[in-house]
Design a protein around this ligand. Structure first.
Ligand SMILES: C[S@@+](CC[C@H](N)C(=O)[O-])C[C@H]1O[C@@H](n2cnc3c(N)ncnc32)[C@H](O)[C@@H]1O
Length: 797
């Protein structure tokens, strides 16, 4: 991209960078004309579309080499390395390649099945045998391995049939005899289960996560609002914790960082027996059903070899046909085909940013559905999504011009020759990219619990593990057409989460009829102060937030970055100039809007009734003093030197930041704790008691104390952090739930079973408010922590 940018003359560069939506036809056609005439452009795009130049195609030689390396690792019993090599070999193996007298793919699946068997991953191994047999139904060793696995898994009837088929394919007498013995070793199979086949039907996708249904009585409506464009509102009273919306994405693309670890269709974590895309070496799926749903063919043998088994008993032939059907059943309608146009080894989907790949998927979906015309001139009217192109910064505008030209070119060259590379297509794609910026949603998962969950049995802190903490990873980016109609609020009343690639939206409070249903696009009251939230939304989403909390005074915004008063008897708050400017403009807007004389009083009462006892401890009780100025205490009016306080706080933080390194390198000990306590004392001297920095510092100290096995102190500091966070958010905010998970693990470790049990009940209630019955599926350590707490309570009673 940088090379292409350098080819644009200065005047055109300026035209593009300063373009508005109305200028797009002219700026995009000038840029397109320039590029089409430049050999450097053609050179660059041919590298993106030519499968021979790219690195995403199949390659028999590489696959054979990886197979050899896998074999060596297997022989030296390094099963993890062998698994890695065979999985890589599978990704680059061409579907028709032969190794010796066998299909390369079938032999790789079977080799991997052997490795998985040795690693104790029996179900995964069974699935790989199944895959080898679907490609080659006459693969005696695969039938044999399958029989062994089915025996281990207690599927004796299947095991008997598998070994019988293997025996029928075995030519040597000695071999037949050995198999005969294996058959005899299978326990009596009457009334035993049969194995679960790896179901490849598309309706069965996504690692088993099925979307819940929307509560039957819930009604929503899309309305036009004065400040925020269209938005969703409730069309009836809606109870807290109701599922109000579910939706499959219109299009989704996996994050670059998750390409090797997550399924490219459902975005769930990949199992050890992941299946590759049959046409490229880039995409990989958790199962055949995801592979097919993505629009790919499953790897199957084209020849029907079932006649070879004609002299076997009928029930065995049926068994064979059940496992190795000649045709795989799937209907075109059930396939999303979102990946096909990126296949055949072209490099551009691996190189272009996610926004552009997502745009490519949207365009191809609309073309495949017969909705978009070939010059894409009707794209906007089909999608009906909002965008903020004119508000974007000059660099983003230039980037979008370049990306849309490159994308349209790549699509037309690698998969859709009828697509016209013209000004209309480029203009519409630029708008689509702008729509994606504002409307696409990051699909997230909680980090695998296995990475950080160590449920500590009561009274035992021998493991030097960090306290539980919840980390999200961004696994993909998706466009949900209705989901994108929910506006943002810094104090949201709905919460969204994902089951596989499906979106679930839930209310987190009671929502009366006609109220806006709004979620947080990232910033929330309690997380950042008002000016930081506004800045984030302007930079990332290109709009100025008009939610209630960004236009009216609220206590959290006043204290989150506040300083304390110099007067030690005063509990008031002092603001620096940035925060004071933002907060006083909120106050002024509020005061000046209605003109009645009574207004001042009304505002004052409102402030006090809304924020209750905290407000009265922070602000002057005299109506006339309702005035926000930097460096002046809002309660007693004392002047404070915020600059000086700021320097002292920074110094303390530099110290606390170094503590992180010690925690991570496992060097947290008692001397670190006393240093941390000194830093906290500094923070408490200069900052307001509800300043978020103190909560963060307390949290850090709790961590250090926990690692140093000073559990009572760990608990005290964890509780201190929670106390502040409750003031900044609200008692039952999910952030408090997360902190309580930490508190419960400290309580468990210190043997406080009833404390742990009570905390567990509290955080379970909070998580259920946000995630309903999915909480325990999404956070697999929650049931574990609950179980430990219950066990500890029973033991102690
Ligand atoms: C994902 S869309 C939401 C639907 C949009 N209102 C529409 O008409 O299609 C995001 C856009 O909605 C508007 N919006 C959402 N929340 C807002 C808020 N709190 N304040 C101002 N505008 C908001 C902004 O224009 C933003 O770019």
């Amino acid at each position: 991209m940088e090379k292409l940018k350098s080819l644009i003359p200065e005047d055109l560069l300026q035209t593009v960078k300063s373009s508005s939506v109305d200028d797009l036809p002219s700026s995009s056609s000038s840029l397109l004309r320039l590029f089409l005439g430049l050999p450097q452009f053609h050179q660059a795009v041919s590298e993106l579309t030519d499968p021979d130049l790219g690195c995403c195609g199949k390659n028999e030689e590489t696959s054979l080499d990886l197979k050899r390396r896998g074999n060596l690792s297997f022989r030296s019993r390094d099963f993890h390395d062998a698994l890695r090599f065979y999985s890589k070999a599978l990704r680059v193996a061409p579907p028709d390649a032969i190794d010796g007298d066998k299909s390369l793919l079938a032999s790789l699946f079977l080799n991997r099945a052997n490795v998985l068997h040795n690693l104790g991953l029996y179900k995964e191994s069974l699935r790989d045998c199944h895959r080898a047999l679907r490609i080659d139904p006459c693969y005696a060793k695969a039938w044999y391995r399958r029989g062994k696995l089915n025996t281990l898994l207690g599927n004796y009837k299947d095991a008997f049939h598998d070994i019988t088929v293997s025996m029928s394919l075995e030519s040597s007498l000695a071999g037949k005899k050995q198999l005969q013995n294996e058959l005899k070793a299978i326990p009596e199979y009457q009334n035993t289960q049969t194995s679960e086949h790896d179901d490849c039907h598309p309706s069965n996708y996504a690692g088993g996560d099925h979307l819940p249904s929307v509560q039957t009585k819930v009604k929503l409506r899309c309305v036009s609002t004065k400040d925020k464009g269209r938005g969703m509102v409730s069309d009836c009273d809606i109870e807290q914790e109701s599922v109000i919306h579910i939706e499959e994405p219109f299009s989704v693309v996996i994050s670059k960082s998750c390409r090797e670890t997550h399924c490219h269709f459902c975005l769930n974590e990949l199992p050890a027996d992941a299946v590759p895309c049959p046409s490229c070496s880039r995409s990989v799926y958790c199962s055949e059903s995801c592979q097919i749903q993505s629009g790919e063919m499953m790897l199957t043998s084209e020849r029907d070899k079932h006649h070879i088994f004609h002299n076997l008993p009928d029930d065995i032939v049926e068994h064979i046909k059940g496992i190795t059907p000649a045709d795989v059943y799937y209907s075109e309608n059930e396939c999303i085909q979102e990946h096909q146009h990126e296949c055949r080894g072209a490099n551009w989907p691996a190189v272009l940013p996610s926004d552009a790949v997502l745009a490519g998927r949207v365009i191809m979906k609309l073309i495949n559905q017969g909705k978009a015309v070939m010059d894409l001139s009707n794209l906007q009217e089909i999608l009906e999504l909002s965008h903020s192109y004119s508000m974007m910064n000059p660099e983003s505008k230039l980037e979008m011009h370049l990306l849309s030209i490159v994308l349209i070119w790549c699509l037309s060259k690698s998969s859709c020759p009828d697509l016209s590379v013209c000004e209309a297509a480029v203009t519409q794609t630029i708008i689509l990219l702008a729509q994606i910026k504002v409307n696409s949603i990051a699909v997230v998962r909680m980090k695998s619990s296995g990475d950080f969950l160590k449920c500590i049995p009561s009274g035992n802190v021998s493991a030097k593990e960090q306290i539980q903490s919840l980390e999200q990873i961004r696994v993909g980016q998706a466009l949900y057409k209705t989901g994108s109609l929910f506006n943002h609020s810094c104090k949201p009343n709905i919460h969204l989460y994902f089951l596989s690639r499906g979106l679930v939206v839930r209310t987190t409070e009671f929502v009366p009829l006609g109220s806006p249903l709004e979620l947080s696009y990232g910033p929330e009251v309690g997380k950042w102060d008002c000016k930081n939230r506004i800045r984030f939304l302007e930079e990332e989403y290109f709009f100025h937030c008009r939610c209630r909390c960004c236009s009216q005074i609220n206590i959290s915004d006043l204290v989150i970055n506040g300083y304390c008063c110099v007067n030690t008897n005063c509990t008031g708050v002092v603001l620096d100039s940035n925060v004071a400017t933002c907060e006083s403009s909120k106050l002024n807007n509020f005061l000046t809007a209605p003109k009645s004389l009574d207004h001042h009083i009304k505002v004052w009462e409102k402030v006090h009734t809304d924020v209750g006892e905290v407000a009265s401890s922070l602000l002057s009780k005299h109506r006339d003093s309702l005035h926000i100025e930097p460096d002046i205490c809002l309660k007693c009016g004392s002047r404070c030197d915020v600059k000086n306080s700021h320097a002292a706080v920074n110094k303390a933080w530099n110290h606390l930041r170094r503590v992180d390194e010690l925690i991570n390198s496992g060097q947290a000990n008692v001397s670190v704790i006393s240093d941390c306590l000194r830093s906290i004392a500094v923070l408490r001297t200069f900052l307001h008691m509800y300043n978020k920095d103190i909560a963060d510092a307390e949290d850090k100290v709790a961590q250090v104390c926990y690692l140093a096995e000073e559990l009572l102190d760990a608990r005290k500091h964890c509780e201190a952090s929670i106390k502040i966070l409750k003031r900044l958010y609200e008692d039952e905010h999910v952030v408090i739930g997360n902190e309580m998970v930490k508190l419960a693990s400290i309580q468990l470790a210190s043997g406080d079973s009833s404390g742990a049990w009570n905390t567990t009940k509290k955080f379970s209630k909070i998580f259920s408010k946000y995630y309903g019955s999915h909480a325990e599926t999404l956070f697999s350590y929650l049931p574990c922590l609950k179980q430990e707490a219950a066990k500890a309570l029973n033991l102690s009673s």
